[in-house]
Write a protein that binds this ligand. Structure first.
Ligand code: ATP
Ligand code: MG
Length: 496
């Protein structure tokens, strides 16, 4: 699977870069305005296989209520795309002609989010249905769209109609709308053909669309990995050259995007796709550099991602701190060795290297502070877990992050690091320790990770900011109300 994905990506990449063939006449768009000429096919209910049983009851509730109140409402994007592919959608997004305030008024269990472009989150326990109002594409109403010097959209706040909304979506396979009126599927830009052909094709001119929002390049990697799709040559071609634009995206948004890649259940493939598309240096530069210098680290990184995918598959929570601790472990070793070579003892050298590395990584992905401290604890435990006396060990098992540190240690041994048998020593010690069993059982009961204080993607999702993270004044009260969540879904911040 993996090899095929990489081969496929490489193949399309090479052919697109070398080929001078005339472009195919069927384009992803954009079409002329007024939009009568937008490529749209409507597939009536009897001609497609999506039944309401496959859709989220909560999404249907939202659609029905909007319809009953006289609005148009559609399920859009991944919810319908993944259902058509026979996969379980990560979340369900709704789009409507109702304005956010009108949506908010219809649902007691909802909150308005975003400032420049408002969205409504309708909350059903841990499931959040995101309701957006149709938006217009930038070219149509340029006076309402601000662009940075690099062509990146920094304001994109104009409501539009359904055709316009379709035109400003990213990939054709995401321009799919499921109507609650007659259960038909509206497929724009030959979305269904691309879905059948397993092709990821950008709507409009890929370069312009990447310039408007460089995160679309990361999304290309994510969808190629998650769906096992080929990236269509014209969509693929500009990515390597434009990857540097990702540096203009706020680190808060990039953290969310990296997390989505890692907890998608396809972390290994996503990592491969990032490598093939040359996106790794824009997200994890130190890791990328170390892997270039010492390719033997690859096994460790891949093992961590494999373990993560396995956890996601069996619905176990995934801790972002553990993931980042793993991804940054290879470059940490170089920096640590550097300080030790200067005569610093092992522990202070580790701490100094950890602080420096995490500080530099924060400029790329804003890892929340509470995870930064857990990352440091996991690393710190790596020194403390080796050569441990039984007396110290008995104390160490009380450490709040002991389990993560121990798992990390085992992972290091799993990929062949010689730790003098420390992993086996600990496994035996724990098996013989009733105290350890009791602690583990106790922690198991409270095994959910603390609620994430999510970055609100709608602020930047389509309108990236040239500045750093901002906080919505509403967030605090919302978070105070939030239930504890795990980290199996980054988008909408509620795992399914
Ligand atoms: P998944 O939920 O599995 O990540 P998705 O396609 O539903 O996939 P979301 O991030 O939930 O992705 O976004 C919902 C829809 O919004 C997408 O299908 C796409 O149409 C649109 N969209 C999201 N991000 C962008 C973007 N950066 N540029 C243009 N359209 C976007
Ligand atoms: Mg979605």
């Amino acid at each position: 699977m993996l090899k095929r994905l990489v081969a496929r990506l490489k193949k399309t990449k090479n052919s697109s870069l070398s080929s001078k063939k005339a472009p195919r006449d069927r384009k992803g768009g954009p079409a002329t305005k007024g939009n009568s000429s937008l490529p749209l096919s409507i597939i009536p209910r009897q001609e497609h296989e999506v039944s309401r049983k496959q859709l989220s009851d909560n999404a249907l509730k939202v659609l029905y209520r909007l319809k009953k109140s006289g609005f148009d409402a559609y399920l859009v994007g991944g919810g319908i795309r993944d259902t058509l592919l026979g996969q379980k959608p990560k979340d369900f997004d709704v789009v409507t002609n109702a304005k956010p305030e009108q949506v908010k008024a219809l649902f007691g269990n909802s909150r308005l989010i975003g400032r420049r472009f408002k969205l409504v989150h309708v909350v059903f326990g841990r499931e959040v249905i995101e309701v957006a109002t149709f938006r217009a594409s930038p070219s149509e109403t340029s006076q309402h769209h601000a662009q940075s010097a690099q062509g990146m959209l920094i304001r994109d706040n104009v409501y539009g109609n359904k055709d316009e909304d379709a035109e400003r979506r990213d990939f054709t396979i995401n321009a799919l709308y499921y109507s609650i009126n007659d259960f038909s599927i509206h497929s724009y830009f030959h979305a269904l053909d691309d879905l059948k052909a397993k092709q990821l094709r950008m709507i409009g001119d890929p370069e312009t669309r990447y310039r408007e929002d460089p995160v679309r390049m990361i999304r290309a990697a994510r969808f190629a990995a998650k769906l096992g799709f080929e990236i269509e040559p014209k969509t693929l071609a500009p990515i390597s050259e434009m990857a540097h634009l990702i540096r203009n995206v706020s680190p808060a948004r990039l953290y969310e995007e990296v997390l989505k890649l890692l907890i998608s259940g396809h972390a290994v493939e996503s990592y491969r796709a990032l490598q093939v598309l040359d996106l790794l240096p824009t997200l994890l530069p130190a890791t990328h550099h170390e892997l270039q210098e010492q390719p033997q680290w690859e096994a460790f990184v891949v093992q961590a991602l494999k373990n993560t995918d396995e956890r996601v598959q069996v619905d176990k929570p995934v801790n972002p701190a553990y993931l980042f601790a793993s991804l940054l472990w290879p470059p940490l070793q170089r920096q640590r060795a550097h300080f030790e070579a200067e005569g610093m003892p092992a522990m202070p050298a580790l701490h100094q290297a950890a602080s420096a590395l995490l500080h530099s990584q924060q400029a790329y992905t804003a890892i929340p502070k509470r995870f930064v401290s857990v990352i440091k604890e996991i690393w710190d435990l790596q020194l403390r877990l080796v050569n441990c006396s039984p007396k110290k060990a008995d104390k160490l098992i009380e450490h709040p992050k002991f389990r993560a540190g121990y798992d990390f240690l085992l992972m290091r041994e799993q990929v062949g690091e010689d730790l003098g048998g420390a992993g086996t020593w600990w496994t035996d010690f724990l098996a013989a320790s009733p105290k350890a069993q009791a602690i583990f059982e106790q922690r198991q009961k409270h095994s959910q990770y603390p609620a994430r204080r999510p970055y609100q993607p709608n602020e930047d999702e389509h309108t990236p900011s040239p500045k750093g993270p901002r906080r919505s004044p509403k967030r605090k009260s919302h978070n105070a109300r939030r239930k504890k969540t795990t980290h199996q879904g980054a988008s909408k911040h509620t795992p399914q």
